[in-house]
Structures are given as C-alpha cells and as structure tokens.
Write a protein that binds this ligand. Sequence first.
Ligand code: MN
Ligand code: MN
Length: 307
Amino acid sequence: MFMRVDKLQAELPAPKRKDPNAAAALQELLGGKYGEMSTLGNYMFQSFNFLSKDKLKPFYSLVAAITAEELGHVELVSNGVAMLANGPDNDGDMEAGGDISQAPFEAMKDIRSFASFASNGGGAMPVNSNSMSWNADMVTSTGNVVVDLLHNFHLECGARLHKLRVYETLTDPTGREVCGYLLVRGSVHAHAYALALKQITGVELEKFLPTPNIPLDKIPECQKYLQEGSHRRLYTFSPADYKSMAGIWGNGEQALPGDPPGELQLVDGMPEGGKIHQLSGVPSAFTPDYAPEEMFEIATKLYKASR
Ligand code: MN
Ligand code: MN
C-alpha cells in the first residue's frame, strides 16, 4: 500500500513569469514515452506482478521502492507544469483576470497545448508535450526479471535523454530545477538497475553510464544535489520495508566516475523534500469558481473544527 506526504520531493523555485509553452515542454517529462508516467507505470505493475517475491526479495524491493519515488516524480513534474502555466507565486488569493466579454485569454489561443488551458485550467495531465495521451502501451511487465530490469535500464537512459533535451529548451528556473533534480535521480535509477543486472548476469552494465554521455557536472542545477550526495542515495520510501535492496545499492558499490565519489547508501524513508506552491484561481477562467469567498470561508470553518 501507499502512504501520502503533502510535500514535493524537491524544493522548486517559483516561476518568474507565466509561460504555458514552457509548461507544455515540461509535459514531455510527465506523459512522454520516457516520462514519469511511464517509469511509474512500468515499475508499479512489475512490482505488483513480481513472481517469487520472497525468494527474489532484493530485486523485488528495488523495483517496489523506486515505484514510490516515481509516483513522487509524477507529482513533482505535475507541480512544475502547473506552476509554469500559472506564473509567479502569490498567497492563493485570486486575481481579477479581466472582463470575459473582452477576450481576456486571447493569447491562450496561440499556446501549443490549448487544451491545457481550455480543458485543464492550466493544470498538468498525463499527456506528452503535444497533448497526446500517455497510455498503457508504455508499460512493459514481462514476468522475466532480466528482461524487465533491462527494459528499466533503457527507460532511465531514455528519460535522461529527454530530460537533457527539455532542459536545453528552458530558461525559467522552475522547469530547469525539475530537470536538474530528475537528472540526478534518474542517474541513480539507471545505476541501480545496472547493478541489479550485474548481480544476476555478471555483466558490468554500469560502465555504459552516463548514457547519453553528458556528465551531471555540466548542469548547474544538479550541483547542490550532487554536493548533498543525492546521486549516492536510494530511498526505501517505507517505514520498515524494502531494506534488502541494500545488497544491490550499497555492498561497497561506489558512485559513478565523474560524480562526487563515495559509497552508495540505502536511506530508510524518504528525502526531506520541499513545499507545494500555492496557485490561485482566476474568476474569468472560472477557477475554482462556484462562490470562491464562500468556499474559502467554509473551508476555514472546517479547518478550525478539525483542530
Ligand atoms: Mn522519475
Ligand atoms: Mn527513474
């Protein structure tokens, strides 16, 4: 089962301006072929379907724990997308938004993913950068442990490819931070699947890394995560379970050449993470609508009653 924590896995800086096209570019990391919906879907169903879970515990634990991290990546990218579509932070109060008879959102007809405004109110959806639906065909769960782990290794390398390309298109700090954080974590996952395959087959797949071949030290947004050792950490995302993967991630294995050196380390639980930003509605876009002030008042009363 899953437990939910009301935070993001990383602290994101607020966007400097509203940029729905940057949000659309970032959607590729959510619902693209190699996006977070794909990594989540693959590891989640592989972990559900895993055969001989007890006998293959370290391998099962690895896929199960990374599943939880990927669900948090879906959340992180979704927040990044919505932040870019909504613009700079405010305190959650609504802006006027303009007279609806004067086409206040005329500029929106020229954004790449018009549905992100028209249907989704500036929120993220499980679609790629061209609004094409993510779907279950992106999920591979063969029941063969080596084939699935090899697929996962490919998936993480592919994810790195489109993270690097999306990063190269973005100037806003929010989207760049999402890419920087996920490049470090994706590198951990590729490394972890490589080490799992090495344990089973003896093939030193980690020597392929980094694939594609750009080291993390070329990306300014990766530096603080490397300094704090995120590239050496894998999290259990559980109060007590999945510790057996320390035999794969740990066990004297070292950081990849090119990254700050040190031994790989399994961490119980989850990263400290960062806050979820407040995004506000706009009356002329009918968000959150009904009777906003009245709803805020009702929510305040309910909150007080819960204390
Ligand atoms: Mn991910
Ligand atoms: Mn991953």
